[in-house]
Write a protein of this length. Structure first.
Ligand code: GCO
Ligand code: MG
Length: 401
């Protein structure tokens, strides 16, 4: 007889930062978990799950992952968007966890088995000044990372997201505000990578994230000016609500491009992929509808020589990392996985079997996703409202970041 879902719980906790987790339980005694965290908007997705999704799950057969996905996607009428797709992703990943446990296999086996033994990953380094950024880069290289993202403060700009964390003014609990000047940045960025190459040589992969701050022609200029430094990728050069703008960028630079951490569906990257305007797709499991949907994106990407480079900042929970590593172990067109160390307290809440060694990531071998949540520990770290930054031009105009 088919198993059935008996309970689904939404667990919001903050062991160093906020995470939203869905735990699904079945009549046969299995349980599975999925991540639904949307950084800065956590309670919206928690409510979406609690109020609108959980009641639809009770009594359903957990084995029918595709049918549940279609039910939640088509059935809602309101399609796509980060909140909807993160909620669907949490259900989807929890059901894959259950299916793999029922089969007695680690998830990557169920997806089709290993295409590789381990996964290349990159870490973040940053500094408020060029010297600080270079010191951080050298430390990461010494720690054994083979691929390193480099971000540096731009001379003349007071505060840029991610690189001036220490001196943030008190905004009374509201978002921090950064400042931005594209001309200064475009002049400075090649100097950063010229110095970076001098410090770490040719063999370390260097990456950089422009955080959507450029206009198309500025993005083309940046790509061109960084060509001598042989980047692994240049990320999110422009906002891509309009994917066609990447045609101009692509025509003018051979620097590899990675885009998509804010994407929620295959339609957000259809043009980017089919016109080969990017080299790496960043859309990841939690924000793009779970394994069921990201598999479709990865398969489309594979047809066009685009590889995966999943988002993996620390605001994507260890549950998403577990899912990404099973996916990455299997997916034929794997490229690289972003890797950030989660806050220490998150290890009290989540117990996982994936690991990092010698600059590479390894998926675990236990059945399912290989991660559990300790609900009592989660309760010790209640939700705390937190926002991402906003960014303004030096004249006050609100800008992208
Ligand atoms: C990345 C991202 C992060 C984001 C964060 C937003 O490339 O890892 O751009 O830096 O700021 O994940 O939630
Ligand atoms: Mg990014």
């Amino acid at each position: 007889m088919a198993d059935r879902i008996t309970a689904a719980k939404v667990i919001v906790c903050s062991p160093g930062r906020n995470f939203v987790t869905l735990k699904i339980e079945t009549a046969s005694g299995l349980s599975g978990i999925g991540d639904a965290t949307v950084n800065g908007r956590e309670m919206a997705v928690a409510a979406y799950l609690q109020e609108h999704v959980v009641p639809c799950l009770i009594g359903r057969d957990p084995a029918r992952i595709e049918d549940v996905w279609q039910y939640l996607y088509r059935g809602a009428y309101w399609r796509r968007g980060p909140i909807t797709m993160a909620a669907i992703a949490a259900v989807d990943v929890a059901l894959w966890d259950i299916k793999a446990k029922a089969a007695g296999m680690p998830l990557y086996q169920l997806l089709g088995g290993a295409s590789r033994s381990h996964m290349l990953c990159y870490t973040h380094t940053d500094g408020a000044t060029l010297d600080e950024a270079m010191a951080a880069l050298e430390r990461a290289a010494e720690a054994g990372y083979h691929a390193i993202r480099v971000q540096a403060g731009v001379p003349g700009l007071k505060r840029i997201y991610g690189v001036h964390a220490a001196d943030a003014p008190d905004m009374g609990g509201l978002p921090n505000e950064g400042d931005w000047d594209t001309a200064k940045y475009l002049r400075f960025a090649p100097k950063v990578f010229e110095e970076a190459r001098k410090r770490v040589g040719a063999d370390i992969h260097l990456l950089h994230d422009a955080h959507h701050r450029l206009l198309p022609n500025e993005a083309a200029q940046l790509g061109k000016s960084l060509e001598p430094y042989d980047l692994f990728w240049l990320e999110d050069v422009t906002p891509v609500e309009n994917q066609e703008v990447l045609r101009h960028v692509r025509r003018h630079t051979t620097t590899p491009l990675a885009i998509g951490e804010v994407f929620n569906s295959i339609w957000d990257c259809q043009t980017l992929i089919t016109e080969q305007l990017i080299d790496y797709i960043r859309a990841t499991i939690v924000h793009a509808g779970g394994i069921t949907h990201v598999r479709r994106i990865a398969d489309l990407a594979g047809l066009y020589g685009v590889r995966t480079g999943f988002h993996g900042a620390a605001d994507l929970s260890p549950v998403t990392m577990a899912a990404a590593l099973h996916f990455g172990r299997w997916v034929p067109n794997f490229g690289i996985q972003e890797y950030s160390i989660h806050p220490k307290d998150s290890q009290q809440v989540f117990q996982w079997d994936w690991s990092f060694r010698d600059g590479y990531l390894f998926s675990g071998e236990s059945p399912g996703l290989g991660i559990t949540i300790d609900e009592a520990a989660a309760a010790r770290f209640p939700y705390q409202r937190a926002y991402l930054d906003v960014n303004r031009l030096t004249d006050g105009t609100l800008w992208n970041w």
